[in-house]
Design a protein. Structure first.
Lengths: 149, 149
C-alpha cells in the first residue's frame, strides 16, 4: 500500500468514479459511486465527495455530508473498488474522512455518524476498531454508529 | 397535456429523477438521469439540470450546460420517461430549454448545440422541426445540431 489520500471529486477526476466497481456482495450494502455523485449534486452546498487514492490511482470513494438539522456530519457510501479489496484502504480512508469532518467545513458539529448493516461484518468491525460506537438508533435496518469529532 | 414546465433539480425534487425510466431503445441513445446528475455535480458551476413537469408530475429530464471553451450552451440528456412518451413533452421541454439558454445564465454565447444519433429518428426530426440545424461536425458517431440563441 502506497500513500493513501483523499482527493475531492471535480472535473479533473470525476469520471474515474464512473469506473469504480462493486462486488455483488458490496451491492447489497453500498451505493454505486455514480448514484452517490448524483446525490452530491442535490446536496452540493453541504457535502464533499472524495476519491480514495493509492498514489495516483483512484481505488475507492466516499462522501462526507453535513446534516444541519442534527448538527452532525455523516459519512456516506464508503466503497473500495472490487479489485482493491483487503488492502487496508477502507481503514486508511475513513481515518482521513474523520480528520476532514473534524475541520467542520460546513458548520458546527460534535460527531460524525454513519449507518452500517451489521451483516456487513467486515465494514462493521472496521468502524468499531476505528472508535465508532453504536448510538442505539437504527435507520432502514442499518445500525447507526458515531464518533466524536 | 397539462401545462409543461421545467423546474431546476434540487433537494426538493431530485429523488424523483431516480425514478425516471428509459425504454430499451432510449437506452441506446440517452443517458440515465442519475448518471446525468452525477455529471452535473462535476460541472455544478456551469450547468442546470431540470425536471420536465406535466403539472406537478415529473415526466422527464434534461440538462443545460455552458461550454466556456466554445462559448456555447449545450443541451444534454433530454429524456421523457418511458410511460410518458409521444405526448409532445419533448418538444415543449426543448422549447423551454432554448428559452433558458437564451438567458445566458453562465456566460456569453450565440448558440445552443447538442448531439443526436441520426438513427434516433424521432428525436432527430424533433430537433430539426424546432429549428436546430446540422453544424457539419460529428461527436462519437452523433451528429451535432445547433440553434442560434
Amino acid at each position: 500500500m502506497a500513500e493513501i489520500s483523499l482527493r475531492k471529486i471535480d472535473q479533473s477526476n470525476g469520471y474515474d468514479c464512473f469506473s469504480l466497481k462493486l462486488t455483488e456482495e458490496q451491492k447489497l450494502f453500498v451505493s454505486d459511486p455514480v448514484r452517490s455523485l448524483a446525490q452530491a449534486y442535490l446536496f452540493k452546498d453541504q457535502c464533499t465527495p472524495f476519491g480514495i487514492y493509492d498514489g495516483s490511482k483512484m481505488v475507492g470513494y466516499l462522501l462526507v455530508i453535513y446534516d444541519p438539522d442534527e448538527s452532525e456530519y455523516n459519512l456516506w457510501h464508503v466503497m473500495i473498488d472490487r479489485d482493491y479489496q483487503n488492502h487496508g484502504y477502507g481503514t486508511a480512508a475513513v481515518k482521513q474522512a474523520i480528520a476532514y469532518a473534524e475541520t467542520k467545513p460546513f458548520g458546527r458539529a460534535d460527531k460524525l455518524s454513519l449507518t452500517c448493516d451489521s451483516r456487513n461484518v467486515h465494514a462493521y468491525s472496521m468502524y468499531l476498531k476505528l472508535g465508532f460506537l453504536p448510538t442505539g438508533r437504527m435507520s432502514d435496518e442499518e445500525t447507526e454508529l458515531a464518533i466524536a469529532i
